[in-house]
Design a protein around this ligand. Sequence first.
Ligand SMILES: C[S@@+](CC[C@H](N)C(=O)[O-])C[C@H]1O[C@@H](n2cnc3c(N)ncnc32)[C@H](O)[C@@H]1O
Length: 240
Amino acid sequence: MEDQQTVDYFDKYTPEYSVERLEFAIDVIKKHGRENSSLIDIGCGVGNLLAFVKQQTHLTDLCGIDVSRACLQKTREAVGCETFLGSITDGSFVESIPKKFDFVLLMAVLHHLVGRTRKESKARAAYAVKNALELLEAGGRLMLIEPVYYPTIVMDFLFYVKKLVTKMTAKRIEIFGFRNNIGAPVVSYYANEALVDMIERNENCEIETMHFDKEKVTPVQRMGLITRRMDTTIIVRKKD
Ligand SMILES: C[S@@+](CC[C@H](N)C(=O)[O-])C[C@H]1O[C@@H](n2cnc3c(N)ncnc32)[C@H](O)[C@@H]1O
């Protein structure tokens, strides 16, 4: 069952995030992509990442998955590709996708897969990683990209404060300089170690590379006790 608040948020705001975070992954596609290689973008949002892939590489066999109907509508308009409405945490939906891909992109989605607790959220994120790997051809690559903040205890705190405030008000209140807000959607950010753990639970794959784009911690985030911030790209190869 999806977090309806998350779906409503993305249906309403359909934000367009920067594509620069994708540059390392673009180099991986250029290095390993063949003619006719295929790519699926999980949590494709408004399609800007798919449009960037189309522009920067020779790939044309592209498609996207999202839980937001409004996002998928924009993706089809922007990229003209096939889209699938459903959740990466729904095993039967993932099974219903009729093909496997050479590249699977999973960018800035895991922190939106929230459960009742941090532990439950991490289990959902790990299940999403497992399902993302299911969509890969043998020898294909998962490109997992997440914003990462340290220390973990502050992210635990943020998760539970957001849970609490979301119950009390639908208002969006800024905190710690976070681009998003203290209310819905609740977010569960992970440290690099937790992301690696989610991947290593799967025996059918191996981590090929990890790349870190370090970001400045803003003064407001520092006041919120955040000490480190980066965008992490993990390239995972599915075994033959
Ligand atoms: C922060 S946006 C990231 C969009 C894009 N991947 C990017 O990095 O620019 C998160 C996206 O994930 C989608 N999403 C949230 N939960 C999802 C789920 N369970 N399955 C598939 N997509 C989901 C949202 O609708 C939204 O489009």
